[in-house]
Design a protein around this ligand. Structure first.
Ligand SMILES: Nc1nc2c(c(=O)[nH]1)N[C@H]1C(S)=C(S)[C@@H](COP(=O)(O)OP(=O)(O)OC[C@H]3O[C@@H](n4cnc5c(=O)[nH]c(N)nc54)[C@H](O)[C@@H]3O)O[C@H]1N2
Ligand SMILES: Nc1nc2c(c(=O)[nH]1)N[C@H]1C(S)=C(S)[C@@H](COP(=O)(O)OP(=O)(O)OC[C@H]3O[C@@H](n4cnc5c(=O)[nH]c(N)nc54)[C@H](O)[C@@H]3O)O[C@H]1N2
Ligand code: SF4
Ligand SMILES: [Mo]
Length: 744
């Protein structure tokens, strides 16, 4: 591997800026409007609207300042369908991002001094001139198509406009190939539409919610967690399929502690029971679906007894849980999940989930899947974007034809000349995504980075990815900036405004400002012809019947639906956007691409002797790696633990609370030790840890060395042949009691 770039620990740099207040606040309590005592706040007009950036649920809220004018707290906006006026603990702790004194404070440019690579502080003019010059000269040699944008989060919209104006359409978010891509493809090939975010599931009115892996309660996607708790209060039953006794499992009528990697067998057995016991929705199947007879023949022998041998779930439990769903139908949701890139056959597993929902007649029904609506906000007028002569897809001829979004991992592969021939990227703009922790196979990500002529990283914190950048641009936090309008689909169409509650600290700037400034230097100013962000937002709001002034007052505006069509009417004629115009139980798209048109169970590799499957997930107080240094959230949870079954702990002589190292099947040992949590809540064949910990940058003063990183142990990736999702749960670890030799 080339080693042109050294990882630079951002240290002692950019500390000259204004010092932030380090007051520590207790933000964990869920606050609602009624908690605010009037004496503590002068009047409502001191509040400014925002939507949260601590995760991608994007809850709308209000930011309050204290009497000194410092940010005091954020609470939910009562009008908002995502939050219903309440933020989750992470959103409540959001001001910690603003107050974090480890923030990036000034632009940085990589330079070489006496043979050692380092960053030097730069002015914005210098940094932006440098980027524009490099972009022009690299594009002159390789074409503008050799630039890609890797982005996650709101400010990415403006860099997206910039890179398209420049001449490239390669824009990718890790939320597709590393997260929900297989689910979207599975639902598109079945129902002709994806699930989207927030998911179009009517948990509020459901009578039975089936969670396959989805660990709501640890996964704190706000509106969903609230609706699940309301549904339970109203008597809905929960069925959880999870090798771990999750928070959701503890609220469930049935917990199915499945052997990991065998879910497709369980799903097929459920389909078998529903069809052969005739408890599916016959009318719905008759009217709306295509391929029922093929499906019926396909699952003929896939009995609960067959699945028992694979999944370890008792046949009786499979039958009882199937009956529970059927009794509730159509007000039943087999949850599609969100982070579904597990084993490489994920599109097929998600297809089985989609089919099960179709058999229950829950798509388009109250308590099942509703029909969402979204406001159509026009873009500020600009000249047409040039048509790129190549994209990331050229590196994968005849592959991943059903991937409707760009693969972040695909861009990575297409940056390494040995892997791809037709499309090599030479420049990346990376905005709001910590790729080294996010895209699996860290070594490969580094190899791709080493092949770049230019990597610009836009971030708020000195994360792993910033250490590999050529230029680092410090973005101000979501509490200090305007951003693109939030237009997520929901039961009712709605928009939300994010505006600055205060001036940016240090020399940080918003993404829209950076993109516009770069456009001037690249001769692309026609694409950013607004004079100010306020002008653009006001124009956009005017087009949909509101104004910036009104939005500043209300934060969220909810519109009525154009039609009363949240659910299908009885007997409604529906044309689905599939080849057959029907819900495809048998997928014609998959058949045409040479894949199984109906899901098939294939066994996955088992852990070798002395190894355990590495399972990972979320914790209520953290989001990925982005919150690991947040002063408010580290107060609640400062490190992750590794869950180990007591039987296994006994064999190894491991005590609860002891620090150990994990080593994977490829000999990669965790850089840092991790504390054990010996618990019956995990099956003996797996261990579990929360993603996002084990940071190795000393400049993250709270996160450095706290816990271990699942990402570094995920060196084996099982790529989904249908859409290129990166299956990450096929890695196995064993226990070690010493650090690796070359680590200190
Ligand atoms: N607090 C918090 N909430 C978040 C996030 C966060 O960072 N923090 N991130 C958000 C995002 S972007 C996403 S995508 C979601 C992810 O959240 P989900 O989509 O809910 O999670 P997954 O990672 O798919 O699933 C994790 C669960 O799957 C179980 N599991 C592991 N292997 C198997 C298996 O083989 N079969 C079955 N049935 N279960 C298995 C694990 O034990 C764990 O309980 O969370 C969202 N919500
Ligand atoms: N091993 C492993 N890999 C995973 C997952 C896993 O569970 N385990 N989960 C997968 C899933 S579901 C997802 S969705 C992805 C998530 O992947 P990412 O979104 O890349 O997750 P983070 O690690 O939070 O990285 C976010 C980066 O954005 C920066 N940031 C935060 N706020 C701002 C801001 O306002 N502006 C800018 N410019 N930057 C900001 C943070 O400092 C951080 O560097 O990861 C995927 N990859
Ligand atoms: S769910 Fe929590 S972290 Fe995510 S946007 Fe809402 S309040 Fe913020
Ligand atoms: Mo995700």
């Amino acid at each position: 591997m080339a080693t042109r770039r050294d990882f630079i620990r951002i240290s002692g740099l950019g500390l000259g800026g204004l010092a932030a207040s380090t007051t520590s606040y207790g933000f964990y309590k869920q606050l609602s409007k009624s908690d605010l005592k009037p004496s503590e706040l002068k009047i409502d007009t001191t509040r400014t609207p925002t939507y949260c950036e601590v995760c991608f649920w994007k809850c709308a809220g209000w930011v309050y300042k204290n009497e000194e004018g410092n940010i005091w707290k954020v609470i939910g906006n009562d009008e908002d369908q995502h939050s219903n006026g309440r933020l989750c603990p992470r959103g409540t702790g959001g001001p910690g991002m603003y107050y974090d004194q480890d923030r990036l404070k000034t632009p940085l440019i990589r330079t070489e001094e006496r043979g050692k690579q380092t960053f030097r502080e730069a002015s914005w003019d210098e940094a932006l001139d440098h980027i524009a010059d490099r972009m022009k000269s690299i594009a002159g040699e390789f074409g503008p198509e050799c630039f890609a944008l890797l982005t996650h989060g709101s400010g990415g919209k403006y860099f997206g406009n910039l890179i398209q104006a420049f001449g490239s359409s390669s824009i990718a978010a890790p939320s597709y190939a590393q997260c929900r891509g297989p689910r979207e493809v599975a639902f598109q090939t079945t129902f002709g539409e994806g699930v989207g975010s927030p998911e179009r599931i009517d948990i509020r009115d459901t009578r039975c919610l089936v969670l396959i892996g989805s660990h709501l309660g640890e996964n704190m996607h706000n509106g969903q967690v609230q609706e699940m708790s309301d549904a339970i209060d109203k008597g809905a039953s929960i069925i959880t399929v999870d090798p771990r006794f999750s928070i959701a499992a503890s609220k469930s009528k049935y917990w199915l502690p499945i052997k990991p990697a065998t879910d497709i067998a369980l799903l097929l057995a459920w389909i078998h029971v529903l069809i052969y016991e005739e408890s599916y929705d016959e009318e719905y199947i008759e009217k709306y679906t295509y391929g029922f007879e093929q499906l019926k023949a396909h699952v003929k022998n896939m009995t609960p007894e067959w699945a028992y041998g694979i999944t370890t779930i008792e046949p009786e439990l499979i039958r009882k849980s199937a009956k529970e769903m059927a009794d509730a139908s159509p007000a039943v949701i087999i949850h599609p999940g969100r982070h579904v890139t597990w084993y490489g056959d994920d599109t097929q597993r998600e297809r089985a989930i989609a089919i099960l929902n179709a058999l229950m007649g829950s798509w388009g029904r109250r308590g099942g899947y509703y029909v969402p609506e979204q406001v159509d906000v026009p873009s500020w007028p600009h000249p047409p974007y040039p048509t790129p002569s190549r994209t990331w897809k050229d590196a994968f001829p005849d592959q991943y034809n059903l991937a409707y979004e760009t693969l972040a991992s695909g861009i990575c592969d297409a940056t390494i000349p040995t892997i791809s021939k037709a499309c090599n990227f030479k420049g990346w703009i990376v905005n709001g995504t910590n790729l080294l922790k996010t895209i699996p196979d860290r070594e490969k990500v580094i190899e791709a980075i080493q092949n770049l002529e230019l990597m610009v990283v836009v971030d708020t914190m000195p994360m792993e990815i910033t250490g590999w950048a050529d230029v680092v641009l410090p973005e101000c936090t979501y509490l200090e900036r305007y951003d693109s309008i939030r237009v997520s689909p929901h039961r009712k169409p709605a928009v939300a405004l994010r505006m600055p509650a205060t001036e940016p600290l240090y020399d940080s700037k918003p993404a829209y400002w950076m993109a516009k400034e770069l456009s001037k230097r690249l001769g692309l100013e026609d694409y950013f012809s607004w004079n100010s962000i306020e002008e653009m937002l006001d124009w956009q709001f005017n087009k949909i019947g509101t104004s910036l002034e009104e939005m500043k007052r209300i934060g969220v505006k909810t519109f009525e639906r154009s039609y009363d069509d949240l659910y299908y009417y009885p007997d409604q004629e529906v044309e689905f956007y599939t080849n057959s115009g029907k819900i495809e139980l048998y997928s014609t798209d998959l058949a045409a691409e040479g894949f199984d048109p109906i899901p098939v169970y294939t066994p996955h590799e088992e852990p070798p002797e002395g190894f355990y499957r590495l399972n990972y997930g979320r914790a209520p107080a953290h989001t990925f790696s982005r919150t690991a240094n947040n002063p408010n959230l580290t107060d609640i949870m400062e490190e992750n633990t590794v869950w180990i079954n007591p039987k296994v702990a006994r064999i190894w002589g491991i005590d609860n609370g002891q620090y150990i190292y994990l080593e994977n099947q490829d000999g990669v040992r965790s850089t840092f030790p991790i504390k054990t949590r010996v618990t019956e809540r995990i099956r003996w064949d797996s261990v579990f840890m929360v993603h996002g910990f084990g940071h190795n940058n000393k400049k993250l003063s709270r996160a450095y060395g706290k816990g271990a990183s699942d990402s570094e142990l995920i060196t084996r990736v099982h790529t989904d042949p249908i859409m290129g999702g990166t299956g990450m749960r096929g890695n196995f670890v064993t226990f070690k009691f010493e650090p690796a030799k070359n680590d200190v």
